[in-house]
Design a binder for this molecule. Structure first.
Ligand code: PSU
Ligand code: MN
Length: 315
C-alpha cells in the first residue's frame, strides 16, 4: 500500500535491510512475494521439527507461485529472505532472541540475533516493499489484560503498516472479543476468508462474527487495490483464514486445557514476552501434541493462501 515510507534500499546505511538475492530479483521484476515470520519457528515450535516446518513453509510458497522471504535479524543485520544456512541458525541457535518491532533498533545497534514477531516482521517486510505476509495467529489482548496491561505490540504496529496479513485469527489464548474491538478502534481491516466467523486459531471459529467475507484470492487482491486507490493512512488488512474442519483441535479439549494453561501461567508468575511461548508450549504438552498439529495445519494453509493472494495481487 503506497502510503508506507519509501522502501529502504539495500545500500542506504549500515543498519539497512539485507535482501536475499531471490527477494531482490523478485521485487525488481514485480513478481509475487510472501513474507514469513520467524518467531513461530524459533519460539513457537519444538526443535528439531521447527526447522523442517520452516523449510516446508518456504516450499509451499514456491509451489503456489510466490517467492518466500523469511524475516529475521542475524548479528545485527535485518534480513528479508534467508539462505538455507541462515534458516538453520534461526531454528537451532538458542541465542536467537524474540524481537518485537521496538527491539529492532537495539538488536541492530548491539549486533544481536533474533527471530521477528508479527510486529517486527510486518514492519521489515513493508520496509522492503513486500505486500503480503503469512503467520499462524496474531498476538492481541490477553485475557488478564485488566491486571497485566498485556496487549501484543502486534496490534499497534498493524494499525500503522500497510500490509496484508494472512492468519488463522488471533491466538485463542487471548481475549478474542477484546482483540477484535481493538482492531476496529485501530482501523485494521478484517476479512473472513470463506467464513462469516473470526477463526479461533486452533479452532475453525472463535464464535465472533466478521463484517466482511471474501471467497477467492482475487477478491482479497481487489480489496487491496481498493485500499490503495482510496489512499489515506496506512493500516494492515487481516485475512482471517480458518483451519480446515478435520484439522482443528477438539473444541472441548481446547477449552479444558486452556483453562489449565492460564492458571499455570498465573501461578508461575510468567510475564512479558514469555507469556505467549509458555501458553503455546503448555497446550502442546497437555493435548499430547494435538494443538501443535492444528497450529501447523493453520500455518501451512495460511502460507499457501498468502502465496495465492500475492499472485493475484501481482497481476
Ligand atoms: N503465531 C503462531 N505461533 C507464534 C506466534 C504467532 O502460530 O509463536 C508469535 C508471533 O510472532 C506473534 C507473537 O507476533 O507470537 C506474539 O507474542 P506477544 O504476545 O508476546 O506479542
Ligand atoms: Mn505480550
Amino acid at each position: 500500500m503506497p502510503q508506507n515510507p519509501a522502501p529502504l534500499s539495500q545500500e542506504s546505511g549500515r543498519h539497512a535491510l539485507l535482501l536475499s538475492a531471490d527477494v531482490r530479483e523478485a521485487l525488481a521484476e514485480r513478481r509475487p512475494l510472501v513474507a514469513l515470520e520467524s518467531t513461530i519457528i524459533a519460539h513457537g515450535l519444538p526443535r528439531p521439527r521447527n526447522l523442517q516446518v520452516a523449510q516446508e513453509l518456504e516450499e509451499i510458497t514456491r509451489k503456489a507461485g510466490a517467492v518466500p522471504a523469511t524475516v529475521a535479524v542475524l548479528d545485527g543485520r535485518a534480513h528479508v529472505g534467508l539462505t538455507a544456512t541462515q534458516l538453520e541458525r534461526v531454528a537451532g541457535d538458542p541465542a536467537v532472541r524474540k524481537l518485537g518491532h521496538r527491539d529492532l533498533a537495539p538488536a541492530l545497534a548491539l549486533g544481536a540475533s533474533g527471530a521477528t514477531t508479527v510486529s517486527a516482521t510486518a514492519f521489515l517486510a513493508a520496509r522492503a516493499g513486500l505486500r503480503v505476509f503469512a503467520t499462524g495467529g496474531l498476538g492481541g489482548v490477553h485475557r488478564e489484560w485488566t491486571q497485566t496491561q498485556d496487549e501484543s505490540a502486534d496490534l499497534r504496529l498493524l494499525a500503522r503498516t500497510g500490509i496484508t496479513v494472512v492468519c488463522a485469527g488471533v491466538k485463542s489464548i487471548l481475549d478474542v472479543p477484546a482483540t477484535l474491538q481493538r482492531l476496529e478502534t485501530l482501523g485494521v481491516g478484517v476479512l473472513g476468508y470463506g467464513t462469516e466467523h473470526f477463526p479461533g486459531f486452533y479452532l475453525r471459529s472463535s464464535g465472533e462474527p466478521v463484517d466482511w467475507t471474501v471467497r477467492t484470492p482475487q477478491e482479497v487482491a481487489d480489496v487491496m487495490r481498493a485500499r490503495e486507490e482510496l489512499g489515506g493512512p496506512p493500516a494492515a488488512l487481516i485475512v482471517a483464514h480458518p483451519v480446515a474442519e478435520e484439522e482443528q483441535l477438539d473444541p472441548d479439549v481446547h477449552d479444558r486445557v486452556l483453562a489449565g494453561a492460564l492458571a499455570a501461567c498465573r501461578e508461575r508468575g510468567v510475564t512479558g514476552q514469555a507469556v505467549t511461548p509458555f501458553l503455546l508450549e503448555y497446550l502442546m504438552r497437555e493435548t499430547g501434541g494435538a494443538s501443535l498439529e492444528a497450529n501447523l495445519a493453520a500455518v501451512r494453509g495460511n502460507v499457501e493462501l498468502a502465496a495465492r493472494i500475492a499472485v493475484a495481487a501481482s497481476r
